[in-house]
Design a protein around this ligand. Structure first.
Ligand code: FUB
Length: 324
Protein backbone atom coordinates (compact mmCIF):
# COMPACT_ATOMS: atom_id res chain seq x y z
CA UNK A 1 0.00 0.00 0.00
CA UNK A 2 2.79 2.35 1.05
CA UNK A 3 4.86 1.63 -2.06
CA UNK A 4 1.80 2.22 -4.28
CA UNK A 5 1.22 5.73 -2.83
CA UNK A 6 4.94 6.39 -3.22
CA UNK A 7 4.66 5.41 -6.89
CA UNK A 8 1.70 7.76 -7.45
CA UNK A 9 3.51 10.65 -5.72
CA UNK A 10 6.52 10.14 -7.98
CA UNK A 11 4.30 9.99 -11.05
CA UNK A 12 2.59 13.21 -10.03
CA UNK A 13 5.94 14.96 -9.54
CA UNK A 14 7.12 13.77 -12.94
CA UNK A 15 3.98 14.99 -14.68
CA UNK A 16 4.18 18.35 -12.92
CA UNK A 17 7.86 18.71 -13.83
CA UNK A 18 7.12 17.92 -17.48
CA UNK A 19 4.26 20.42 -17.52
CA UNK A 20 6.47 23.19 -16.13
CA UNK A 21 9.21 22.33 -18.64
CA UNK A 22 6.70 22.41 -21.50
CA UNK A 23 5.33 25.76 -20.29
CA UNK A 24 8.84 27.21 -20.15
CA UNK A 25 9.60 25.95 -23.67
CA UNK A 26 6.31 27.43 -24.90
CA UNK A 27 7.28 30.86 -23.64
CA UNK A 28 10.62 30.87 -25.46
CA UNK A 29 10.67 32.69 -28.78
CA UNK A 30 13.25 31.40 -31.25
CA UNK A 31 14.26 33.24 -34.39
CA UNK A 32 17.09 33.74 -36.88
CA UNK A 33 18.68 37.17 -37.20
CA UNK A 34 18.67 38.56 -40.74
CA UNK A 35 21.35 41.19 -40.08
CA UNK A 36 21.00 44.58 -38.37
CA UNK A 37 18.91 45.36 -36.43
CA UNK A 38 19.16 41.94 -34.82
CA UNK A 39 15.72 42.06 -33.21
CA UNK A 40 12.84 43.13 -35.40
CA UNK A 41 9.82 41.98 -33.39
CA UNK A 42 10.45 44.42 -30.51
CA UNK A 43 12.23 47.72 -30.00
CA UNK A 44 15.40 47.07 -28.00
CA UNK A 45 18.02 49.45 -26.58
CA UNK A 46 21.00 49.78 -24.23
CA UNK A 47 22.60 46.35 -24.76
CA UNK A 48 24.78 44.58 -22.18
CA UNK A 49 26.27 41.16 -22.90
CA UNK A 50 27.93 38.40 -20.93
CA UNK A 51 29.36 35.07 -22.02
CA UNK A 52 28.72 31.88 -20.08
CA UNK A 53 30.46 28.86 -21.62
CA UNK A 54 28.85 28.19 -24.96
CA UNK A 55 26.26 30.96 -24.73
CA UNK A 56 26.16 34.71 -25.17
CA UNK A 57 23.46 36.35 -23.06
CA UNK A 58 22.28 39.71 -24.27
CA UNK A 59 20.31 41.93 -21.89
CA UNK A 60 18.54 44.94 -23.34
CA UNK A 61 16.23 47.77 -22.52
CA UNK A 62 12.83 47.73 -24.18
CA UNK A 63 11.38 50.75 -25.95
CA UNK A 64 7.61 50.58 -25.80
CA UNK A 65 6.82 50.61 -29.51
CA UNK A 66 7.48 52.40 -32.80
CA UNK A 67 7.22 56.13 -33.42
CA UNK A 68 7.78 57.18 -29.78
CA UNK A 69 8.51 60.86 -29.03
CA UNK A 70 10.04 60.28 -25.59
CA UNK A 71 11.39 57.40 -23.51
CA UNK A 72 8.75 54.86 -22.54
CA UNK A 73 10.49 51.83 -21.04
CA UNK A 74 8.85 49.60 -18.46
CA UNK A 75 10.87 46.39 -18.48
CA UNK A 76 14.09 44.76 -19.61
CA UNK A 77 14.63 41.78 -21.94
CA UNK A 78 17.04 38.88 -22.27
CA UNK A 79 18.12 36.99 -25.38
CA UNK A 80 20.62 34.18 -25.87
CA UNK A 81 22.60 32.73 -28.75
CA UNK A 82 25.33 30.19 -29.30
CA UNK A 83 26.22 31.26 -32.85
CA UNK A 84 25.26 34.97 -33.21
CA UNK A 85 22.63 34.05 -35.78
CA UNK A 86 20.01 31.91 -34.07
CA UNK A 87 18.52 33.61 -31.04
CA UNK A 88 16.14 32.74 -28.23
CA UNK A 89 14.13 35.34 -26.38
CA UNK A 90 13.36 34.31 -22.81
CA UNK A 91 10.32 35.46 -20.82
CA UNK A 92 10.59 39.06 -19.54
CA UNK A 93 12.96 38.68 -16.58
CA UNK A 94 12.73 42.09 -14.92
CA UNK A 95 10.31 45.01 -14.75
CA UNK A 96 10.59 48.48 -13.30
CA UNK A 97 7.75 47.56 -10.92
CA UNK A 98 10.08 44.94 -9.36
CA UNK A 99 11.82 47.95 -7.73
CA UNK A 100 9.18 49.35 -5.40
CA UNK A 101 11.28 52.40 -4.60
CA UNK A 102 11.70 53.37 -8.30
CA UNK A 103 8.99 56.02 -8.36
CA UNK A 104 10.16 57.30 -11.76
CA UNK A 105 8.76 54.19 -13.48
CA UNK A 106 11.58 54.45 -16.06
CA UNK A 107 13.45 51.24 -16.98
CA UNK A 108 16.68 52.86 -18.23
CA UNK A 109 19.96 51.14 -19.12
CA UNK A 110 21.28 48.14 -17.18
CA UNK A 111 24.25 45.83 -16.95
CA UNK A 112 24.40 42.17 -15.86
CA UNK A 113 27.37 40.38 -14.38
CA UNK A 114 27.99 36.94 -12.89
CA UNK A 115 29.77 36.46 -9.59
CA UNK A 116 30.10 33.26 -7.54
CA UNK A 117 27.22 31.58 -9.36
CA UNK A 118 24.81 34.50 -8.96
CA UNK A 119 23.70 36.98 -11.59
CA UNK A 120 23.52 40.66 -10.66
CA UNK A 121 21.50 43.03 -12.79
CA UNK A 122 22.32 46.69 -12.19
CA UNK A 123 19.63 48.94 -13.62
CA UNK A 124 19.01 52.65 -13.89
CA UNK A 125 15.68 54.28 -13.20
CA UNK A 126 16.33 57.83 -14.39
CA UNK A 127 16.03 60.22 -11.41
CA UNK A 128 15.43 57.61 -8.67
CA UNK A 129 18.89 56.07 -8.96
CA UNK A 130 20.61 52.78 -9.72
CA UNK A 131 19.32 49.51 -8.28
CA UNK A 132 20.51 45.90 -8.31
CA UNK A 133 18.55 42.67 -8.69
CA UNK A 134 19.94 39.19 -8.15
CA UNK A 135 19.13 35.72 -9.54
CA UNK A 136 20.49 32.19 -9.51
CA UNK A 137 20.60 31.89 -13.27
CA UNK A 138 20.87 34.20 -16.30
CA UNK A 139 17.13 34.25 -17.01
CA UNK A 140 16.01 34.92 -13.46
CA UNK A 141 13.73 35.20 -11.63
CA UNK A 142 15.53 38.38 -10.56
CA UNK A 143 14.70 40.01 -7.24
CA UNK A 144 15.54 43.46 -5.96
CA UNK A 145 18.59 42.72 -3.79
CA UNK A 146 18.40 45.79 -1.56
CA UNK A 147 14.85 47.12 -1.46
CA UNK A 148 16.39 50.55 -2.06
CA UNK A 149 18.77 52.10 -4.60
CA UNK A 150 22.46 51.21 -4.57
CA UNK A 151 23.33 54.71 -5.80
CA UNK A 152 21.36 57.95 -5.97
CA UNK A 153 21.85 61.50 -7.18
CA UNK A 154 23.46 62.27 -3.81
CA UNK A 155 26.36 60.01 -4.79
CA UNK A 156 26.87 62.04 -7.97
CA UNK A 157 28.63 64.87 -6.16
CA UNK A 158 29.68 66.84 -9.25
CA UNK A 159 26.27 66.77 -10.97
CA UNK A 160 23.16 68.82 -10.46
CA UNK A 161 20.74 67.40 -13.02
CA UNK A 162 18.11 64.82 -12.09
CA UNK A 163 19.21 62.08 -14.54
CA UNK A 164 22.88 62.07 -13.45
CA UNK A 165 22.70 58.68 -11.72
CA UNK A 166 22.19 56.31 -14.67
CA UNK A 167 23.95 53.76 -16.88
CA UNK A 168 25.81 51.40 -14.52
CA UNK A 169 28.65 49.28 -15.95
CA UNK A 170 30.42 46.60 -13.93
CA UNK A 171 33.96 45.44 -14.46
CA UNK A 172 35.58 42.64 -12.44
CA UNK A 173 39.35 42.92 -12.57
CA UNK A 174 41.75 39.97 -12.77
CA UNK A 175 42.41 40.27 -9.02
CA UNK A 176 38.68 39.69 -8.40
CA UNK A 177 37.90 43.30 -7.44
CA UNK A 178 34.51 44.40 -8.81
CA UNK A 179 34.13 48.03 -9.95
CA UNK A 180 31.09 50.04 -10.93
CA UNK A 181 31.18 52.96 -13.39
CA UNK A 182 28.14 55.12 -14.15
CA UNK A 183 26.86 58.60 -14.87
CA UNK A 184 25.42 61.13 -17.25
CA UNK A 185 27.40 64.31 -17.95
CA UNK A 186 29.96 63.33 -15.32
CA UNK A 187 31.39 59.82 -15.03
CA UNK A 188 31.79 58.23 -11.59
CA UNK A 189 33.34 55.01 -10.37
CA UNK A 190 33.73 53.06 -7.14
CA UNK A 191 34.69 49.65 -5.81
CA UNK A 192 31.94 47.19 -5.04
CA UNK A 193 32.19 44.90 -2.04
CA UNK A 194 32.58 41.20 -2.67
CA UNK A 195 28.81 40.78 -2.06
CA UNK A 196 28.23 42.94 -5.18
CA UNK A 197 25.44 44.94 -3.52
CA UNK A 198 27.38 47.53 -1.51
CA UNK A 199 29.74 50.31 -2.50
CA UNK A 200 33.18 49.90 -0.94
CA UNK A 201 34.80 53.22 0.00
CA UNK A 202 35.09 56.46 -1.86
CA UNK A 203 33.20 57.42 -5.01
CA UNK A 204 35.55 59.07 -7.52
CA UNK A 205 35.13 60.88 -10.80
CA UNK A 206 36.80 59.94 -14.10
CA UNK A 207 38.58 62.93 -15.63
CA UNK A 208 41.16 63.24 -18.38
CA UNK A 209 42.10 65.57 -21.22
CA UNK A 210 39.69 65.26 -24.14
CA UNK A 211 36.98 63.55 -22.06
CA UNK A 212 33.60 64.72 -23.36
CA UNK A 213 31.32 62.33 -21.53
CA UNK A 214 27.62 62.04 -22.15
CA UNK A 215 26.74 58.61 -20.68
CA UNK A 216 27.01 54.83 -21.19
CA UNK A 217 30.45 53.98 -19.77
CA UNK A 218 31.67 50.43 -20.47
CA UNK A 219 34.98 49.04 -19.19
CA UNK A 220 36.76 45.99 -20.55
CA UNK A 221 40.31 44.70 -20.57
CA UNK A 222 42.30 42.98 -23.27
CA UNK A 223 45.98 41.98 -23.13
CA UNK A 224 46.60 44.09 -20.00
CA UNK A 225 45.08 47.25 -21.50
CA UNK A 226 41.99 48.74 -19.86
CA UNK A 227 39.47 50.27 -22.26
CA UNK A 228 36.86 52.83 -21.23
CA UNK A 229 34.31 53.32 -23.99
CA UNK A 230 31.50 55.86 -23.59
CA UNK A 231 28.91 57.93 -25.40
CA UNK A 232 30.26 61.37 -26.26
CA UNK A 233 28.35 64.47 -27.41
CA UNK A 234 24.69 64.62 -28.37
CA UNK A 235 23.75 63.13 -30.78
CA UNK A 236 26.15 60.52 -29.48
CA UNK A 237 29.27 59.00 -30.94
CA UNK A 238 31.13 56.32 -28.98
CA UNK A 239 34.62 57.43 -27.97
CA UNK A 240 37.25 55.57 -25.99
CA UNK A 241 40.30 55.90 -23.77
CA UNK A 242 42.91 53.41 -22.60
CA UNK A 243 44.94 52.94 -19.45
CA UNK A 244 47.32 50.56 -17.70
CA UNK A 245 45.21 50.73 -14.57
CA UNK A 246 41.50 50.68 -13.80
CA UNK A 247 41.86 53.98 -11.94
CA UNK A 248 43.67 55.67 -14.80
CA UNK A 249 45.31 57.87 -15.85
CA UNK A 250 43.25 57.43 -19.01
CA UNK A 251 44.51 58.45 -22.42
CA UNK A 252 41.92 59.63 -24.91
CA UNK A 253 42.10 57.58 -28.13
CA UNK A 254 39.36 59.09 -30.30
CA UNK A 255 36.07 58.01 -31.84
CA UNK A 256 35.20 54.32 -31.95
CA UNK A 257 31.71 54.50 -33.46
CA UNK A 258 30.11 57.30 -35.44
CA UNK A 259 26.51 58.50 -34.98
CA UNK A 260 24.18 55.51 -35.06
CA UNK A 261 21.58 55.90 -37.81
CA UNK A 262 18.33 57.72 -37.05
CA UNK A 263 19.04 57.86 -33.31
CA UNK A 264 20.41 60.40 -30.82
CA UNK A 265 21.98 57.76 -28.58
CA UNK A 266 24.32 54.89 -29.33
CA UNK A 267 25.00 52.95 -26.07
CA UNK A 268 27.57 50.21 -26.64
CA UNK A 269 28.52 46.87 -25.13
CA UNK A 270 31.78 45.10 -25.95
CA UNK A 271 32.25 41.37 -25.63
CA UNK A 272 34.56 38.59 -26.77
CA UNK A 273 32.74 35.39 -27.71
CA UNK A 274 34.24 32.28 -29.23
CA UNK A 275 37.45 34.15 -30.04
CA UNK A 276 35.70 36.97 -31.87
CA UNK A 277 35.16 40.52 -30.65
CA UNK A 278 31.78 42.20 -30.96
CA UNK A 279 30.53 45.77 -30.74
CA UNK A 280 26.87 45.85 -29.75
CA UNK A 281 24.93 49.13 -29.88
CA UNK A 282 21.57 50.52 -30.82
CA UNK A 283 20.29 52.69 -33.64
CA UNK A 284 16.88 53.89 -34.81
CA UNK A 285 17.01 51.75 -37.92
CA UNK A 286 13.99 49.51 -37.62
CA UNK A 287 11.73 50.38 -40.53
CA UNK A 288 9.51 52.25 -40.57
CA UNK A 289 8.90 53.57 -37.12
CA UNK A 290 12.37 53.39 -35.59
CA UNK A 291 13.93 56.49 -34.05
CA UNK A 292 15.61 57.91 -30.96
CA UNK A 293 12.92 56.50 -28.67
CA UNK A 294 12.08 53.39 -30.69
CA UNK A 295 15.54 51.88 -30.89
CA UNK A 296 17.01 48.61 -32.10
CA UNK A 297 20.06 46.65 -31.05
CA UNK A 298 22.68 45.96 -33.73
CA UNK A 299 25.89 43.93 -33.67
CA UNK A 300 29.05 44.51 -35.68
CA UNK A 301 32.68 43.41 -35.51
CA UNK A 302 35.16 45.04 -33.13
CA UNK A 303 38.74 44.98 -34.36
CA UNK A 304 42.01 45.74 -32.55
CA UNK A 305 45.16 47.13 -34.12
CA UNK A 306 48.50 45.55 -33.23
CA UNK A 307 49.29 48.38 -30.81
CA UNK A 308 46.08 47.77 -28.88
CA UNK A 309 44.14 50.71 -30.29
CA UNK A 310 40.71 50.00 -31.77
CA UNK A 311 39.70 50.27 -35.41
CA UNK A 312 36.70 52.45 -35.98
CA UNK A 313 33.58 50.30 -36.06
CA UNK A 314 31.99 49.78 -39.42
CA UNK A 315 28.24 49.70 -38.87
CA UNK A 316 26.60 47.35 -41.36
CA UNK A 317 23.17 46.26 -42.52
CA UNK A 318 24.39 42.68 -42.92
CA UNK A 319 25.54 42.33 -39.30
CA UNK A 320 28.01 39.66 -38.19
CA UNK A 321 28.60 36.25 -39.71
CA UNK A 322 27.28 33.22 -37.84
CA UNK A 323 29.85 31.32 -35.79
CA UNK A 324 30.23 27.82 -37.16
O1 FUB B 1 17.51 54.19 -22.53
C1 FUB B 1 17.50 55.36 -21.76
C2 FUB B 1 18.82 56.07 -21.86
O2 FUB B 1 19.14 56.34 -23.20
C3 FUB B 1 20.01 55.26 -21.38
O3 FUB B 1 20.08 55.18 -19.99
C4 FUB B 1 21.11 56.01 -22.05
O4 FUB B 1 22.34 55.34 -22.10
C5 FUB B 1 20.53 56.25 -23.43
O5 FUB B 1 20.77 55.17 -24.28
Amino acid sequence: MKSRSCFYSLLLLLLLGNKLYAQEQDSLFRFTAKGNPVFTHKYTADPAAIVEGDTLWLYTGHDFEGGQKGYKMKDWLVFSTTDMKNWTEHPVPLKITDFKWAKSGDAYAGHVTERNGKYYWYISTNWTGIGVAVADNPTGPFKDALGKPLLTNEDCFASDHSWACIDPAIFIDDDGQPWIFWGNGECYYAKLKDNMIEIDGEIKQVEFDGFVFEEAPWVHKKDDIYYLTYASGLPEKIAYATSNSIEGPWEYQGILNELAGNCGTNHQAIVEFKEKDYFIYHNGGLQREGGSYSRSVCIDKLEYNFDGTLKRVQMTTEGVAPIR
